[in-house]
Design a protein around this ligand. Structure first.
Ligand code: NAD
Ligand code: UD1
Length: 332
């Protein structure tokens, strides 16, 4: 017996895989604010209950009335979604829409452990799509990545560029995009793939060497510790604030349009990792020293998005500039 989700056909029931993670928990917040009921599926490998703390007293206990609520299921999606979701759908009706974010997220980790990404990232996507097909889900939105492009030579990079991923992570994200296309075309499951560029903001976990660079630099600079740049620091990234990203995710999952679409979610601006480090040191009062270590193998050297397609298809564009986003991130 599950508790907690208000039974209401007027409020879409949205499943969020990876909903306890960085982008996932911000997505849950915006979905609830948009009037949805949310069921999170997460194995807590990198996600945290603390990220959903604001919904904790509402989880598992009915609070009736018109309050929205969140149900959290501990599940490894690579084993399938059917048995985990069965008690929820028996009580509250079908899952109408799915945001699929659960993944192993580190490019560098995937190079050392390519089979993990095959099982979780590609296999997990197939499990989500099989559930969607069998349950007549109205929309599946998946987090793809700028890493699908890999070795491209024209910038800003366009969605029509031929992809040559240079990591297992990028390969399995690209394979997952193909799976979305196949399920849409053959099984009529409406799907949208969003190619996130480098997402940053509060709740990004800095604790692993594989963590996102801004979370690591912000954490270390706030403590006055050294920052390490891999390589000469001339590599660029397009950093997009998490609050902007989740507006695109929620917009894409709640619309019945943009089927079989894939689009970049970035700002259209790039910055070198060296300039990024200098900016963060400056914003934190200049206490940290910047050091260099050997460049990481398998990394892309340049990354910046062409952004017009998301604006055309979803009416979305980023709003938060990097300095403002960094200031919010540094405040935590
Ligand atoms: P995150 O690590 O905070 O979130 C991933 C979540 O998935 C975590 O909560 C984790 O516990 C969960 N998870 C992992 N394996 C699982 C499994 N087998 N079953 C169930 N849950 C599982 O990372 P994030 O940055 O929030 O990434 C979210 C999504 O966005 C990922 O698909 C990632 O590849 C994609 N993405 C992120 C970025 C970025 O810059 N952060 C950029 C491009 C794409
Ligand atoms: C990131 C995401 C990945 C996403 C991709 C989209 C994470 C962990 N990775 O990969 O999920 O699909 O963006 O573009 O969120 N760096 C340093 N010092 C550090 C850490 C990193 O110099 O301490 C450098 C790296 O060498 C790299 C850059 O910063 O050049 C960005 O690294 P990272 O944050 O790990 O992201 P990506 O590999 O771009």
């Amino acid at each position: 017996m599950v508790h907690g989700l208000v039974t209401s056909p007027l409020r879409p029931l949205v499943a969020v895989t990876g909903g306890a993670g960085f982008i996932g928990s911000h997505t849950v917040d915006l979905l609830v604010a948009s009037g949805c009921r949310v069921v999170v599926l997460d194995d807590f490998s990198t996600g945290k209950r603390a990220n959903l703390a604001r919904w904790a007293d509402r989880e598992r206990f009915g609070f009736g009335g018109s309050e929205p609520s969140v149900e959290v299921l501990t599940v490894d999606i690579s084993h399938g979604l059917f048995s985990a979701l069965a008690p929820i759908t028996a009580q509250y009706g079908r899952v109408e829409r799915i945001v699929h974010l659960a993944a192993q997220v580190s490019v560098i980790h995937s190079i050392a452990n390519p089979m993990t990404d095959e099982r979780i990232n590609y296999g997990g996507t197939l499990q989500v799509l099989e559930y969607a097909r069998a349950s007549a889900v109205r929309k599946v939105v998946m987090a793809s990545s700028a890493a699908v492009y890999g070795d491209v030579s024209e910038f800003p990079v366009d969605e029509q560029a031929v992809c040559h991923p240079v990591s297992p992570y990028g390969m399995h994200k690209l394979a997952s995009e193909h799976a979305l296309h196949y399920y849409s075309q053959v099984h009529h499951v409406p799907t949208t793939a969003l190619r996130f560029f480098n997402v940053y903001g509060p709740r990004q976990d800095p604790s692993s060497p594989y963590s996102g660079v801004i979370s690591i630099f912000a954490d270390r600079a706030n403590a006055g510790r050294d920052l390490t740049i891999f390589g000469d620091g001339e590599q660029t990234r397009d950093f997009v604030y998490v609050g902007d990203v989740v507006r695109a995710v929620v917009g894409a999952v709640l619309t019945d349009g943009a089927d079989r679409a894939l689009m970049n979610i970035g700002t259209g601006s790039e910055i070198t990792v060296k300039e990024l480090a200098q900016t963060i040191v400056e914003l934190t009062g200049g206490k940290s020293t910047i050091r260099h270590a050997e460049a990481r193998a398998g990394e892309i050297l340049r990354s910046v998005a062409r952004v017009e397609r998301a604006e055309r298809l979803l009416g979305w564009k980023s709003q938060i500039g990097l300095r403002d986003g960094l200031a919010q991130t540094l405040r935590g």
